[in-house]
Design a protein around this ligand. Structure first.
Ligand code: C2E
Ligand code: CA
Ligand code: CA
Ligand code: CA
Length: 276
């Protein structure tokens, strides 16, 4: 800091305040996008490793900014969480998803499972939750096909409220998946306490398979663990045939990744599922 002259110091300050202003502007635009519901959904199919059949889809959100173009979800989701806007986003995802899948008559016919990403931060707010439960109750027939993906870290940060809410949702027929499994902290004890159907091994453990001995060992351990907990295991971010082969040889149930299918709009999903 001593070596930096006053000029450099000012430069640093300006860079900081610019990116801060940039985030403020983005938050404003995000609020507007929420009001106008100007988001799109894409669906990424998941496949049984053994048969290659589609088992379900994960819904991913897309935001095309009028001037900036597509904003990465990791960025605007984090902003939405910080600003208390994530509830609104989850609601939009749920409503749009139901409308799109109903429109194509996919749910309960050729599609038996649809996963959406939720943030456990949402499970703590009573006022909001009443609203959310009402929305789900109005779409009661969808709940049996619905799965929520949630991270360990999010659950741990709000354990008691999460347990409560998950139990209530489970009674409505909704299932749960732990997203990015292996990157957070959770104990076997916790995993057994939660109403879980599925674990998703994080992409970071998949990308260097099969040659990275460490990752191979971790992947095998998680596969065996899921088997003994009687949970479905989904590998995410599968990009190569060698990765697919490793997962098949080691008894992983399902996979998702660019090798098999990219996230796609509902029309394309419709074609894929109806053999077009
Ligand atoms: P995630 O839940 O772990 O989603 C998987 C991400 O990996 C998606 O990125 C997907 O497009 C990408 N992906 C899938 N297969 C491959 C592959 O083979 N290789 C690589 N390199 N990437 C692959 P995306 O759509 O950019 O989403 C990033 C994150 O943003 C998601 O991570 C999730 O945490 C969050 N997100 C996306 N949509 C929603 C949403 O509707 N609600 C919430 N709360 N979060 C969302
Ligand atoms: Ca996910
Ligand atoms: Ca994930
Ligand atoms: Ca992730």
């Amino acid at each position: 800091a001593k070596a930096a002259g006053p000029g450099q110091y000012r430069l640093f300050n300006r860079a900081f305040s610019e990116s801060f202003e940039d985030s403020l502007k983005l938050v404003q635009d995000l609020r507007l996008a929420i009001q106008e519901r100007s988001f799109d959904l894409v669906y990424q199919p998941q496949f049984a490793v053994a048969s290659g059949q589609v088992t379900g889809v994960e819904v991913l959100l897309r935001w095309e900014h009028p001037e900036r173009g597509p904003v990465p979800p990791a960025r605007f989701i984090r902003l939405a969480e910080q600003q208390g806007l994530i509830h609104d986003i989850t609601r939009i995802v749920l409503e749009k998803m139901v409308a799109e899948l109903r429109g194509c008559d996919l749910l309960g016919t050729v599609l038996q499972r649809v996963s959406i990403n939720v943030s456990a931060q949402e499970f703590g707010f009573r006022d909001y939750l009443d609203d959310f439960f009402q929305l789900l109750a109005r779409n009661e027939d969808v709940c049996q096909y619905l799965q929520f993906e949630i991270t360990e870290t999010a659950i741990m940060s709000n354990l008691e409220a999460s347990l409560d809410t998950m139990e209530r949702l489970r009674r409505m027929g909704i299932r749960f998946s732990i997203d990015d499994f292996g990157t957070g902290y959770s104990s076997l004890h916790l995993l057994k306490r939660l109403p879980l159907h599925e674990l998703k091994i994080d992409r970071s453990f998949i990308s260097d398979l099969p040659h990275d001995a460490n990752d191979a060992m971790i992947a095998r351990t998680i596969i065996v663990m899921a088997q003994s907990l009687k949970m479905r295991l989904v590998a995410e971010g599968v990009e190569t045939e060698a990765q697919r082969q490793f997962l098949a040889d080691n008894g992983c149930d399902e996979m998702q990744g660019f090798l098999l299918a990219r996230p796609m709009p509902v029309e394309q999903l419709h074609k894929l599922l109806n053999g077009g």
